[in-house]
Design a protein around this ligand. Structure first.
Ligand SMILES: [Zn+2]
Length: 443
């Protein structure tokens, strides 16, 4: 369980146990660590559904977000070997940052002989090529006169340093697995000589791999319903110009794009996280029998908010679901927000505003039931151009807070993204069935 009840209960329990000098065995059992061929293996148990594992050796560190499998947590972490004596220090914490276990693993270092460079070795590398992978980066370059170099790799949550031997004649070539990076994560690579003079430096973003969006099932509770999903934002800039806020309004606003949220801890962009959620949402809606289209399927596109509404209109969708993630200066916020229409004449011509409120409340409630977040709030607003110009039932859904560290961590897992998508689908099934939750005003 994630949310107010589980975290607060666990935090209070752990604080009490700490006061009593007892072991926090109810939240997490001791971590078992074993060295493997290419790194180490870990195992522990916890009653919480998500846990963080931080590891640090003399030469690398990273943070893994782990969804539990019925209370069990297990996996492998690859390590780049270093010719130094070192330990792996491992720390297990809740996504809210509460440390519940610490452990140490003595590593048997691999002996690597130092091979000094030639006298006339180059002082600059001019052909550093970085090849983006899914959870890896390929590194190629030539450094005549060097037989060994130091490679440093850093992303928001993973850092490493290792010695790389030349493949042949000053040519260096390797692919480094990066266990902790995310799709479209920025990875910085620095190549140094053995005396730590920088020879080259470059950046690359890891790849975004589409998630299988499946096919529409021939039957299901959403059979005959067409949904347009709008994954908010994108990687490329957009130029939307000025447009009237909604048809009939005299207020001019930007028709392009709005500023996106970014992960507090992971630095993940909202555009990437909502695209992942949207893929899962598409698959689950299709499994329920709905016909589904999306305003974008990739990160490297440029679609204005006005174009998103126009696409949904051209597709003749019954529902337009706009998927976003929230940002707040209060880093403890933990809830979903469903925004319905306010003054858009298109929206108002479809059904009474009260029915929009009840529909939004139904979706919000099902999302809360699925994710166990603190609250599901409904807001009626005319601030979104992309919603105001859509000619079908439209909701903008803020699925969580990237500014809240615990939310940011678990939003990286497909496990939690599916819970969000599942809640939206369950809500829409109730809406189509006419089983609406009455709107409850929030503070
Ligand atoms: Zn957004």
């Amino acid at each position: 369980m994630y949310g107010r009840y589980s975290y607060r209960a666990a935090a209070i329990l752990l604080a009490l146990l700490a006061c009593l000098g007892l072991r926090a065995s109810s939240a997490s059992a001791a971590v078992s660590l074993t060295q493997t061929e290419g790194g180490f293996h870990f195992e522990f148990t916890s009653e919480l559904p998500y846990m963080l594992l931080r590891y640090c050796t003399g030469s690398e560190s990273g943070t893994l977000v782990l969804p539990g499998d019925e209370g069990r947590y297990t996996g492998d972490v690859p390590l780049m070997k270093q010719p130094v004596k070192q330990n792996a220090r491992v720390e297990v914490s809740t996504p809210a940052g509460l440390v519940v276990e610490k452990a140490n693993l003595p590593l048997k270092p691999e002996a690597v002989k130092r091979i000094n460079p030639d006298r006339d070795a180059v002082r600059k590398v001019t052909d550093l090529t970085l090849i983006p992978g899914d959870k890896a980066v390929g590194i190629r370059f030539t450094a005549p006169g060097h037989h060994q170099v130091i490679v440093r790799i850093s992303s928001a949550v993973q850092n490493m340093r290792f010695t790389l031997n030349e493949a042949e004649n000053g040519v260096f070539d390797c692919t480094v697995p990066l266990r902790c990076v995310y799709p479209r994560d920025l990875v910085t690579v620095t190549v140094q000589s053995l005396n730590e003079r920088t020879l080259a430096k470059g950046d690359v973003r890891t790849l975004f791999s589409p998630i299988d969006a499946g096919e529409t099932a021939p039957e299901g509770p959403l059979h005959g319903v067409k949904v347009c999903i709008d994954p908010g934002h994108q990687a490329l800039p957009v130029y939307g110009g000025r447009v009237y806020q909604y048809p009939g309004s005299d207020k001019l606003v930007s028709g392009g794009n709005s500023t996106m949220a970014q992960g507090n801890k992971t630095q993940r962009k909202e555009s990437v996280a909502v695209l992942e959620i949207s893929y899962h949402l598409c698959r689950l809606l299709r499994e329920a029998g709905a016909e589904v289209v999306m305003t974008r399927w990739e990160e490297e596109v440029s679609v204005t908010n006005m174009e998103r509404a126009e696409y949904a209109n051209a597709q003749n969708a019954d529902y337009f679901l706009r998927i976003h993630l929230n940002n707040s200066s209060d880093h403890t916020q933990n809830g979903v927000y469903v925004y319905g229409p306010s003054r858009s004449p298109y929206a108002r011509s479809l059904m009474p505003i009260e029915r929009y409120r009840d529909t939004a409340q139904t979706i919000a409630d099902e999302m809360v039931a699925s994710t166990r977040v603190r609250g599901g709030c409904v807001r009626m607003s005319d601030q979104f151009v992309g919603s105001n110009y859509a000619k079908m039932v439209t909701f903008l859904i803020e699925c969580g807070f990237l500014s809240t560290p615990a939310n940011d961590w678990i939003l990286t897992t497909s496990d939690y993204q599916i819970k969000i998508a599942r809640g939206i689908v369950n809500g829409l099934v109730r809406v189509v069935r006419g089983d609406l939750e009455p709107y409850r005003p929030h503070r």
